[in-house]
Design a binder for this molecule. Structure first.
Ligand code: HEC
Length: 146
């Protein structure tokens, strides 16, 4: 038995599919730029933090020869992987080095500020905010490895 399909129903289906495609196109167009938490966006924000806090010693290119008056030369941060002879960026190690609050005293003096303290005390950031900021800085450092 043939079920007759009323004209208006077919019409609705066509309108509906048109609207569906239109909607999908708009959503696609809105997402065209890098999403808010994409790697590229994170790295760009990380670079801004780097220029603000770190470039004074490490240089804007992170290669670190600005402060020749310092007792300990800031290392070239584009060679983090190469110095460690590894291909994987050591995310946790580098996060701990930058944060600095868990550093064991017996490892000697540190010439770099303890950023975990700077961010939490001077800038009154919460632990979540500090984690976010470190994540962005690390995305940037990850991107510039040679
Ligand atoms: C006052 C100068 C100074 C500033 C500012 C500074 N650093 Fe450093 N950084 C150093 C020195 C010196 C070292 C070498 C280790 C040490 O003596 O603490 C170092 C080491 C590091 C290392 C370890 C590299 C490795 O391969 O082990 C990282 C990562 C790093 N800095 C990131 C940063 C970031 C990110 C910032 C900004 C939030 C920053 N530094 C700001 C001086 C500085």
């Amino acid at each position: 038995m043939k079920i007759p399909i009323p004209f208006s129903y077919k019409f609705d289906v066509r309108i509906a599919s048109f609207l569906l495609i239109l909607g999908a196109t708009i959503i696609y167009a809105c997402n065209f730029g890098p999403p808010e938490n994409s790697r590229a966006t994170q790295a760009r924000k990380g670079y801004e933090h780097f220029v603000e806090h770190c470039a004074v010693c490490h240089g804007e290119d992170a290669k670190g020869v600005v402060m020749d008056t310092m007792a300990v030369q800031p290392p070239d941060l584009t060679l983090i992987n190469k110095r460690r002879r590894q291909n994987e960026f050591p995310v946790m190690t580098i996060a701990k080095i930058i944060d600095g609050r868990t550093r064991v005293k017996s490892h000697g003096d540190r010439d770099m500020p303890i950023w975990g303290d700077v961010f939490s005390k001077q800038q009154a950031m919460t632990e979540d905010e500090i984690r976010g900021k470190l994540g962005e800085i690390i995305a940037y450092l990850h991107n510039i490895q040679n």
